[in-house]
Write a protein that binds this ligand. Structure first.
Ligand code: SF4
Length: 79
């Protein structure tokens, strides 16, 4: 189950290159100007968990769980 996946580290090289952080409100908007308040993993199209799950898989980070409150530069709003 996705809940059993190891949690993605912010220090993971892919996480770093995509600007992933556990707390979307801490996104560096000078580096990622496309970030908009309210965007976070739990409302991203690539989030594989239920809307109320705290951590879940993401197709960008196979084998890892991302935090519901997180964000990365691949963010895409849920359809
Ligand atoms: Fe979060 Fe979406 Fe980035 Fe995955 S692609 S880490 S769900 S913002």
């Amino acid at each position: 189950a996705a809940g059993d996946l190891p949690q993605l580290s912010e220090d993971d090289p892919t996480a770093t290159s995509l600007g992933y952080v556990h707390d979307a409100t801490s996104v560096d908007t000078s580096k990622y100007p496309r970030y908009q308040a309210g965007q976070q993993c739990s409302n991203c199209a690539l989030y594989q968990g239920a809307a109320d799950s705290e951590w879940a898989g993401c197709s960008i980070f196979p084998g890892k769980a991302v935090k519901a409150t997180g964000w990365c530069s691949v963010y895409a709003p849920k359809g």
